[in-house]
Design a protein around this ligand. Structure first.
Ligand code: HPA
Length: 239
């Protein structure tokens, strides 16, 4: 059913939705990977499309940046459109020497300084984790494609510009692989509503080395990651 933030007709989204932050990336995914893509929503320019990939019905929706924005869209997808598989595709900043620029990170868990999962979990620390079958299928897809993928914790930050000097050294010491801004929120939404979720990320910044990929490279590595995410979803469906 249409919601305050999504104008798609009932049944307008497939039960599987890819979730980039940038709505123009959603359009790019639909045009480059989907067969017969159709735009299904554009409220606030959060563009959404539905089509198919290798015979699998699939949608893509731009969520905007940060846990609050991603939580609105993913909650409405699950509760109003019956979506069961949520896969974030986005970029991250590495906080480990061995996680290199352009590598893929599969977020098996997501730490956060956001309060959203405490709000859901009686004020306690909820372990926000990926769905194991989605994770395993994406790891297999990465291996089959020859894409270097790391599996581990990420940190979903509330602040992109965080003034705390101790934050990154703490993440590095605790083995967190990378920083991004949505996974813990999406995993919390999935847990609350009985859906399945995974975040597939590419390293666009190295926060220890102070490196950033060029816009052109960002696009190419983003494309490798989308293929891993979609092939992983096909594998998950066939299991
Ligand atoms: N911080 C948060 N999110 C990010 C970053 C970062 O450095 N790089 C890409 N996404």
């Amino acid at each position: 059913m249409p919601t305050p933030h999504l104008s798609a007709a009932p049944g307008g989204f497939a039960d599987t939705v890819l979730l980039p932050g940038d709505p123009l990336r959603a359009q790019h995914i639909a045009e480059a990977w989907f067969d017969e893509p159709e735009q299904v929503t554009a409220v606030r320019n959060a563009l959404g499309f539905t089509g198919s990939y290798r015979g699998m019905p699939v949608s893509v929706l731009g969520t905007g940046m940060g846990i609050p924005s991603a939580s609105i869209y993913t909650t409405e997808l699950v509760t109003e459109y019956g979506v069961r598989r949520l896969v974030r595709v986005g970029s991250c900043g590495s906080v480990q020497e061995h996680v290199a620029m352009r590598d893929v990170v599969l977020a098996s868990g997501a730490c956060t300084d956001s309060g959203v999962n405490r709000a859901r979990y009686a004020g306690l620390d909820f372990a926000a984790i990926a769905d194991f079958e989605l994770l395993r299928s994406a790891a297999d897809a990465a291996q089959a494609t020859g894409v270097a993928a790391h599996v581990g914790n990420v940190h979903s930050a509330d602040l992109f510009y965080d003034p705390r000097d101790e934050l990154i050294p703490t993440m590095t010491a605790m083995g967190v692989l990378a920083i991004e801004m949505e996974a813990a929120g999406i995993y919390g939404v999935a847990a609350e509503h009985g859906a399945r979720a995974l975040a597939v990320l590419t390293v666009s910044d190295h926060l220890l080395a102070g490196e950033h990929v060029s816009a052109e490279e960002r696009q190419r590595t983003f494309d490798d990651m989308v293929t891993v995410a979609l092939d992983g979803l096909v594998r998950d469906r066939e299991r």
